[in-house]
Ligand binder design. Structure first.
Ligand code: GRF
Length: 206
């Protein structure tokens, strides 16, 4: 089944690019119908421009009320008939109203093996710095379902990444990103072909 995807981006957008590539090459059947960014500096604008994908700038601070912001967000999701929302470096908590409406249809990718190295302040190079400082030999990537609580929704899939003795946060980040770009399309194709079953914290596909 082909799903209508919405990708939420705050930063560079390398995961967005990877999903576009996977869609263009037929690795996934789904198509990105909408990209939403909350940062004017995001790489999402250029990427979407080149690819002819609708990119919408939406930041809560530009709305006169929270409910107007949420309604506008939901209006876009409905307009583009979005089936699956993918957070790809989206540095903003999604309003609970959206999480509730799209229960089990919102995913996030995190650059560590959750539940380790997640939660407040754990984004970007901070994660990789904490991983190296802890001395663990294996790090990785997690795709999980977004719930009302940060970084702690049910885990869909993980991929391990080796931590090398001479790694810096930057070199570990590069290796981890490569794994992210493989894992996110894999998860999307799972959502395309199977029905998701979520029981407590466990995700299975039937
Ligand atoms: C990725 O490392 C992702 O795991 C995290 O934010 C980063 C986004 O990178 N949530 P990019 O903008 O896709 O390059």
């Amino acid at each position: 089944m082909s799903l209508n995807l919405c990708v939420l981006v705050s930063g560079k957008g390398s995961n967005l690019k990877a999903i576009i590539r996977a869609s263009a090459s037929g690795k996934i059947k789904s198509k990105i119908k909408l990209v939403i960014t909350n940062k004017l500096t995001s790489g999402a604008f250029d990427i979407c421009n080149r690819e002819g994908i609708r990119c919408v700038y939406m930041a809560e601070e530009n709305f006169s009320s929270r409910s107007k912001y949420i309604n506008e967000f939901l209006r876009y999701l409905r307009k583009y008939k979005i089936d699956l929302i993918l957070l790809a470096g989206y540095l903003r908590k999604l309003p609970e109203e959206i999480v509730k409406k799209y229960r089990n249809r919102i995913l996030n990718i995190h650059p560590s093996l959750l539940p380790s190295f997640g939660g407040k302040g754990m984004y970007g190079l901070n994660v990789h710095r904490a991983v190296i400082d802890s001395g663990v030999k294996i790090s990785g990537v997690t795709v999980h379902i977004v719930t009302e609580t940060y970084d702690s929704g049910p885990i869909v899939m993980q991929k391990a990444v080796i931590v090398k003795d001479d790694d810096t946060p930057e070199s570990l980040s590069l290796r981890t990103k490569k794994a992210e770009h493989i894992l996110y399309p894999k998860v999307i194709s799972l959502f395309e072909s199977k029905k998701i079953k979520v029981k407590n914290q466990r995700v299975s596909f039937v």
